[in-house]
Each structure stands twice: as structure tokens, then as C-alpha cells.
Design a protein around this ligand. Structure first.
Ligand code: PMP
Length: 365
């Protein structure tokens, strides 16, 4: 790439890095959007009511520490309010962790394939980024050489595989990371069983940080609300790095209302889990390999036609899924669990695109 005139004004780590590419947000209406793990259902009606009540106050700055949201989250997740931070999406929580913990040249590790934004943040900071590959069935590797890392990342459930790790495995990671914080990224944890969260481990491991988001399970991706959890002493330090008005008034009241409607959450999580199981079964019947998912998406591997072509042919039919031209993912598509009607349309399109099941199986051998 040609170096532009003003490149001398920018840091070398920024000039050298590649930008993160988010899932496409199409401008035309009517697209079936199964590419960004958004919730296909409208959020709790209490969220809209709360935003309507708050809208007259937007000329005033928001409460700086999102205290109301922290108190509700603390009650819900059985931690102290001082252990909670509310952020502008959980991506901001990740950025705060990098700014607070990572100097240029420091080592950062992530289990991969997983969320590639960790690498982007490491690149910005000029950190050394090391990948620890999962096994083929997305289990942890046998050895955990985490001793030198300032930050270690594991999404649970993992993205893009959807696979879940148990608390024993997370405890093993916390013990192995002797010099750094372990960040368990629970962006998709609400779609898994209630006892899957690492939050109870906060009592045992002072180096554990848990991040969550209201983007997926609570259907609030457009409002950008994340939550971070850590020991009080760590949170006190992270607080210094947070922008003091990072979460706007509408997002704060929306988050409080959403967290306050757990009946809405349970109903929608059950429904999405049912649709996910049907989608997994039907994709398997069409000849794909599908990893067991505890999230609101599935990773499916196809033998033929190439996954990139399936992606393009679905797009032509107005169905967007996620394709990653990356090692281990080139023959896969990540498909968000949409409404039942959207999944019916997707499956009908795939049935036309894919050769019949017997031919797929033979090719996989
Ligand atoms: N972690 C993972 C694993 C994700 O997939 C995403 C969504 N792209 C995020 C964090 C960030 O979510 P948000 O900033 O919307 O809270």
C-alpha cells in the first residue's frame, strides 16, 4: 500500500496494522441478516418506555458512572456495584483493559480462532499478539503457556464456534496466567445454561475479568451497552481509564429497563435455543458439520460448493451470513439464529445450493 503524505504523523503500530472489519450492515430493507449475531426480536417493551421517559433530558450529561445500571447488575449477578463497569458496548471494556494493562512490546494472548478484535486492540497498542490454537473440536490445548501474558482472552461461549468451556477449564487458565489478567468474554453467555458463567469465580481468582454485552441477548446492539466485572481493586484502576461520560442517558435507562425484565430474557433465550437446535439438526441433515453451539449462532463446515460460494449465492438471494477468509474457517459459515421464518428461508435456499446429502458425505471422506 502506498504510504500517504501524512503518515509521519501517525504511530508506526497504527500504520502497520490492518483494520477490523465488522459484519456488513446493508442499507437496503428486506435483507435476512444472519451475519452479526444480533437478536432478531424486538427488545423488552420496557426499554422503549424508559427511553421515551428519558428523551426530554438529553440536554444534560448522563450520570458519569452509570450508577443505576451498576446497582441493578450487582443485584442480578451477586457482586458488589464497585465490581461493575458499564461501557459503550463491551468492545469499550476490552479497549479499557488494553489501555490499562498493555504497554508496547507486552505479550497478549488469545485462544483462536476467536474474536479477531483482540488482535486489532493489541496492534493499536503495539503489543506482541500470540495465538493459542484450540484443538480441532474447539477444546483448550493440552499445554497453557500463559505465564508471560499481560492479558489472556477466551470468549465463552467461543465465537465463531459457539462451543462452551466449563468452569474447571477457566480456573485452569486463571492459574496458568501468572502475570496477567484473564478476560472471559461472555458476550453470548445468556444463550447458554444459567450456571455456565464465570462470575462466581471472581471470588477465587483476583486476576479474572468477565465482560458481557446487552447487544445480543437483550437485543440492544444499536445502543452499545457493555458490562465489565472484576475485583474492586482492579475496577478502581480501570475506572481511571474510562471516559467519564462513556454511556449516554438513553443507553443507561435502556440498560436498567432491559436488565430489570428477566422474564423477557428467559422467554427469548429459550426460543432462540430451540431455533438453534433445529438449525443445527437441519444443517447436519444437509451434510454440513456443525459444532455444538451454546450461543445465538452456529458454525457450519461445508464440503461443497466452497463456503465462499455458498456465502455469495445466499447473498444474491438476500440472505447475509458471515464468511471468514481465515485459517480453519475458510470452509465454514457462521450463521446467526434468526426468527423461525428467517431460518426456514435460509434452509430452503441452502437445500437448493447444496448437492444432496449423500454426495456431501462422500466428499468429506
Ligand atoms: N465479544 C465478542 C466475542 C463478540 O462477538 C462481540 C460482538 N462483535 C463483542 C465482544 C462486542 O460486542 P459489543 O461491543 O456490541 O458489546
Amino acid at each position: 500500500m502506498a504510504v500517504c503524505m501524512n503518515s509521519r504523523w501517525l504511530r508506526k503500530s497504527v500504520l502497520d496494522m490492518t483494520a477490523y472489519v465488522p459484519g456488513e450492515q446493508p442499507r437496503q430493507a428486506g435483507v435476512i441478516k444472519l451475519n452479526a449475531n444480533e437478536n432478531p426480536y424486538a427488545p423488552s417493551p420496557r426499554v422503549l418506555a424508559a427511553i421515551r421517559r428519558e428523551i426530554g433530558r438529553i440536554s444534560l450529561y448522563p450520570e458519569s458512572t452509570s450508577r443505576g445500571v451498576r446497582e441493578i447488575a450487582a443485584r442480578l449477578y451477586r457482586v458488589a456495584a464497585a465490581q461493575v463497569m458499564v461501557t459503550n458496548g463491551s468492545d469499550e471494556m476490552l479497549r479499557i483493559l488494553f489501555q490499562a494493562c498493555v504497554d508496547a512490546g507486552d505479550e497478549v494472548m488469545a485462544f483462536t480462532p476467536s474474536y479477531t478484535y483482540y488482535r486489532t486492540l493489541a496492534d493499536i497498542q503495539g503489543a506482541r499478539y500470540r495465538e493459542l490454537p484450540f484443538t480441532d473440536d474447539y477444546r483448550l490445548p493440552a499445554a497453557l503457556p500463559l505465564g508471560g501474558a499481560r492479558l489472556v482472552f477466551l470468549p465463552n461461549p467461543n465465537a465463531p464456534s459457539g462451543t462452551l468451556f466449563d468452569l474447571g477449564e477457566i480456573a485452569r487458565i486463571c492459574r496458568a496466567a501468572r502475570r496477567g489478567l484473564v478476560v472471559i468474554d461472555e458476550a453470548y453467555i445468556d444463550f447458554a445454561d444459567a450456571d455456565a458463567s464465570a462470575l462466581p469465580l471472581l471470588k477465587h481468582f483476583p486476576n479474572l475479568v468477565v465482560t458481557r454485552t446487552l447487544s445480543k441477548s437483550y437485543a440492544l446492539a444499536g445502543l452499545r451497552i457493555g458490562l465489565g466485572f472484576a475485583a474492586r481493586e482492579i475496577m478502581m484502576q480501570l475506572e481511571k481509564v474510562r471516559d467519564y461520560y462513556n454511556v449516554d442517558r438513553l443507553a443507561q435507562v435502556a440498560a436498567a429497563a432491559a436488565l430489570g425484565d428477566q422474564a423477557w430474557l428467559r422467554r427469548h433465550m429459550n426460543h432462540i435455543a430451540q431455533t438453534r437446535e433445529r438449525l443445527s439438526r437441519e444443517l447436519t441433515a444437509l451434510g454440513a458439520h456443525v459444532w455444538p453451539s451454546a450461543a445465538n449462532f452456529v458454525l457450519a463446515r461445508f464440503s461443497a460448493p466452497p463456503a465462499a460460494e455458498i456465502y455469495r449465492r445466499l447473498k444474491r438471494r438476500g440472505i447475509l451470513v458471515r464468511y471468514f477468509a481465515a485459517p480453519r474457517l475458510r470452509d465454514c459459515l457462521r450463521i446467526t439464529v434468526g426468527t423461525d421464518a428467517q431460518i426456514d428461508i435460509l434452509l430452503a435456499a441452502l437445500a437448493k445450493i447444496l448437492p444432496n446429502k449423500r454426495r456431501q458425505k462422500n466428499r468429506l471422506r
